[in-house]
Design a protein around this ligand. Structure first.
Ligand SMILES: Cc1cc2nc3c(=O)[nH]c(=O)nc-3n(C[C@H](O)[C@H](O)[C@H](O)COP(=O)(O)O)c2cc1C
Length: 205
């Protein structure tokens, strides 16, 4: 049974990010995350039985340890090679995961397992078209960098970037099922409004 309803995962499916972030890379604040828990959680079969979409959320912030565990489960580094908890297209990191929190928009850095602030405004309400997104304590935004996908057509970029995002989304679903958190994967996003808010200082496309 879901007892806590806190996380909310959003999707910018293969959105091509353009524009600049509100904070430059040098001004960016960094938030350290505690190491992800190495044990615990429900058995996979139990998590699969519990996996579902939930659209009601409590407003209270996620504990930092839970945020750390969630981001690691989503797309963290799980091997010395630097590879991730989710598979990804042709060994190219196409998806960046952003956390839209009450205190701003943060880029997840999986290698350092930390957050880097990209915007110091609360834009949760812009991460989707449904009312609950504005008060859900966390909205994850999956930003696809098409410019990192060389030698394929725009259609293929969208396809593979969407698949990459889907794997991450399922990791989030299973983590939330295991932890008694609410989540829903969302495609109903006004990407033209949201994309400029989530542009990484590393580049745009
Ligand atoms: C690509 C994709 C986009 C989705 N977009 C939304 C959305 O914008 N809003 C929403 O409330 N649910 C969205 N969902 C969740 C589905 O509605 C949900 O998974 C489906 O109804 C099955 O319910 P379940 O997840 O509880 O099994 C989306 C799911 C997928 C896979």
């Amino acid at each position: 049974m879901v007892t806590r309803r806190e996380a909310n995962a959003g999707l910018v499916s293969a959105a091509m990010v353009a524009g600049t972030s509100g904070l430059g890379a040098q001004a960016a604040k960094v938030r350290s995350l505690p190491p992800p828990r190495a044990t615990g959680g429900k058995p996979l079969i139990d998590a699969l039985k519990l996996r579902r979409s939930i659209r009601e959320y409590e407003a209270r912030p996620l504990p930092l340890q839970t945020l750390s565990d969630l981001l690691w489960a989503a797309f963290g580094v799980n091997r010395p090679s630097g590879d991730r908890t989710a598979p990804y297209w042709r060994h190219v990191m196409v998806i960046d995961v952003y956390a839209a929190l009450a205190d701003g928009v943060w880029l997840y850095d999986p290698k350092e397992h930390r957050l880097e602030q990209r915007l110091d405004a609360d834009i949760r309400g812009q991460t989707g078209t449904q009312d609950f997104v504005a008060t859900a304590p966390l909205n994850l935004v999956y930003v696809a960098h098409g410019e990192r996908m060389l030698d394929i057509s725009p259609e293929e970029r969208r396809l593979y970037a969407s698949v990459d995002a889907g794997f991450i989304g399922q990791n989030v679903y299973l983590f939330c099922a295991s932890e008694g958190l609410a989540t829903v994967f969302r495609g109903s996003v006004d990407t033209r409004k949201l994309a400029p808010q989530c542009s990484s200082a590393r580049g745009n496309s």
